[in-house]
Ligand binder design. Structure first.
Ligand SMILES: Nc1ncnc2c1ncn2[C@@H]1O[C@H](COP(=O)(O)OP(=O)(O)OP(=O)(O)O)[C@@H](O)[C@H]1O
Ligand SMILES: [Mg+2]
Length: 418
């Protein structure tokens, strides 16, 4: 799928660049050609105008104060299409042939023999229409200027070669760069796609386990229809427990899916974090006591921030749940919150089993569980910290973990006050 997209993107990129290069090259070529021939055309027009003004008298034509270009020949033509040299008088046979074929209107180009010619003709309506030329008497119908434009065409040909080779080299670079850019652009998409694939696979796997338990228990119940509910209470409670686990999991997955879609808006209000911490500590107090873990909350009351109260409660529950889950009897959990340079710092530290260094960067990943076998026994699916990270990031905050395997873990959350 990505290979095809990569190819299509490369082709599209290259095509766009190719069109731009062609357009640039074409414009440059056109502009230079226009400039070059415009000068020649002006010189030819000067020569023709000089003839018209002088009424065909050679002396006057050549005393006209125009800087004459020696590459321009002037011919006269009669109604029958006969051509006579006007200037220079001889040595212009090839140009004469070209002049014979010149058409009125726009200047034309023609290649004959070794030269390239440009011609321009004007109808002549001067008073002295009859000229005596070596070819005989001429009733001038129109006058034709013929210029040798070898230099210009050679220059243009060289320009064309340069433009073509630059375009070709540019295209090669563009294809390589286009491929590289498309590849770079696809990296985050591919990563997101793979993560999503992984998420779906993990979610299906997590859902399959409770489903299997429910199915087996239900089948066992069906096998002995005569038994009472009391006799089958273990199986029924298995079904209920797994169904509960499943509905919790589905709710969590839904939260994450909505988070991915950017749907859930925060409903911000002024939240006294100290109070939230105290309430959470109170909620977890009995559980900690039962487990033989000391739970301590050190919260300054004045720590208020603009945040989503429910989400922050959820965050505290996730962090305290983990701390309690991974701290054995005799351990201790300390929750603190304080203000620090425009930030609110919330920490949950425990003296539990800790996290191996290699796992620390992965604990916020979805479905990551340090010790799969034990976590599942504790009812974990590895989504708690993924949700915690989403909550913190949606508040533009940061979350990180410091941990020493065997000695304890500290989760540090910093949230901006505003
Ligand atoms: N306080 C902690 N002490 C030691 N390990 C921890 C602690 N908090 C998190 N971990 C490690 O990080 C993993 C991921 O935690 P997370 O909260 O995302 O998942 P879980 O607790 O296993 O499952 P869930 O929160 O979905 O019930 C845990 O499985 C555990 O290995
Ligand atoms: Mg957890």
């Amino acid at each position: 799928m990505f290979r095809k997209t990569l190819r299509n993107l490369t082709i599209l990129n290259s095509l766009v660049f190719f069109l731009i290069l062609v357009w640039l090259g074409g414009s440059l070529y056109g502009f230079i050609a226009y400039q070059l021939f415009d000068e020649v055309d002006d010189a030819m027009t000067d020569r023709l105008e000089a003839f018209r003004i002088a009424g065909g008298r050679p002396k006057m034509v050549f005393s006209h104060p125009v800087a004459f270009d020696p590459r321009i020949f002037l011919f006269v033509r009669d109604a029958g299409g006969r051509v006579a040299n006007f200037y220079p008088v001889d040595n212009a046979e090839a140009a004469k042939e070209v002049a014979a074929g010149a058409r009125a209107g726009k200047p034309q180009m023609r290649r004959t023999g070794d030269h390239v010619y440009r011609t321009r003709s004007l109808p002549y309506a001067g008073e002295e229409r009859t000229l005596i030329r070596p070819e005989g008497a001429f009733a001038v119908q129109d006058i034709v200027a013929v210029a040798i434009v070898d230099t210009e065409t050679a220059l243009l040909r060289r320009m064309m070669i340069i433009i073509l080779s630059v375009t070709a080299a540019g295209m090669l670079a563009v294809v390589v760069a286009g491929y590289f850019l498309a590849w770079r652009a696809l990296v985050p998409i591919r990563t997101a796609w793979e993560r999503q694939q992984q998420f779906v696979a993990d979610a299906s796997h997590e859902l399959r386990t409770p489903l299997t338990v429910i199915k087996t228990n239900a089948e066992l119940l069906l096998r002995y229809p005569g038994r009472t509910i009391e006799e089958e209470s273990v199986r029924i409670s298995n079904v209920v427990r797994e169904a509960n686990r499943m509905s919790r999991l589905v709710a969590t997955l839904l939260t994450l899916a909505r988070a991915d879609a950017g749907q859930p808006e925060l409903s911000r209000e002024e939240v006294a974090l100290g109070e939230l911490v105290a309430a959470a500590a109170e909620q977890f107090g009995p559980l900690a006591e039962r487990k033989g873990v000391a739970l301590q909350a050190e919260a300054g009351d004045d720590v208020t921030l603009s945040a989503d109260r429910e989400r922050l409660q959820q965050l505290l529950v996730i962090l305290l749940d983990n701390a309690l889950k991974f701290t054995p009897a005799g351990g201790c959990i300390v929750v603190t919150c304080r203000r620090q340079a425009g930030q609110v710092l919330l920490t949950v530290a425990d003296t539990g089993c800790g996290i191996p260094p290699a796992d620390v960067p992965r604990i916020f990943d979805r479905f990551f569980r340090g010790d799969r076998a034990r976590s599942r026994g504790e009812g974990g699916s590895g989504l708690g910290l993924a949700i915690a990270r989403w909550i913190v990031e949606s508040h533009r905050g940061k979350i990180r973990a410091e941990s020493t395997a065997g000695a304890g873990t500290k989760i540090i959350v910093s949230l901006p006050v505003k």
